[in-house]
Design a protein around this ligand. Sequence first.
Ligand code: NAD
Length: 250
Amino acid sequence: KKLQDKVAIITGAGSGIGQATALLFAKEGAKVTVSDINEEHGNEVVEMIKKEGGEALFVKADSANIEDHKRLVKETVEKFGGLHIAVNNAGIGGESNKVGDMSTEGWEKVISINLSGVFYGMKYQIPEMLKSGKGSIINISSILGQAGFGGSAGYVAAKHGVVGLTKTAAWDYGKDNLRVNAIGPGFIYTGLVSEETMGKEALNMLEGKHAFGRLGQPEEIANMCLFLASDDASFVTGSYYAVDGGYLAV
Ligand code: NAD
């Protein structure tokens, strides 16, 4: 097993990419703190892990709340005795409007959850990883951390910000055995992106922007998270990995 006895925090683990990553990490031997703002979904994922014989804990936390991040790390360390891996994944799509029409509230909301939430997470995760002597942080950005997308200024700015934050943290802690990387998923079939939320036509248009002519599955992102979390990625830090079915290959 690739993550035997490692302790991992995954935010936004109640559904989609976070859920798939939590299930895979547990299967690979990690003790997983499943964190989400949605208590019901988070507890369901914990039950799924326990049913398969894994170890998991649910901690309710709002990514936009710095005190929640502090408590999330504290409860994880109290329960599992340390921290080695964090996947900062919680995120929302946010307000869809052109820049000139975007509300300041909409802007601030997506920045606080999708960008500040990653900073707050790392702020408390890093000291515990330094105590462990080794760590891997994986920040979930997006293809929209590398390219623009009409109507999504706040989201795009936040995801670009996550890439810069990741590169900088990699430099800050490279000599401390702490690796920090970002993943840029293409569009993935999850709660954020489905026929119900966006309609058939828009979904087909998005599918056509990927060389494969389809969107990704959450498990395909979880596989990259596993690689970056494991010792297989021992010389990998400060990188942005697109897992995007060819979206950026234009
Ligand atoms: P999802 O909606 O299925 O899962 C997101 C989870 O985050 C949910 O369980 C939700 O309850 C939780 N969450 C929302 N706001 C939160 C908050 N304030 N605090 C804590 N948890 C919160 O979506 P997903 O696609 O799995 O998204 C996961 C990450 O992947 C996000 O950062 C998203 O931006 C990114 N991403 C998604 C896609 C895609 O196409 N789905 C593409 C690129 C990047």
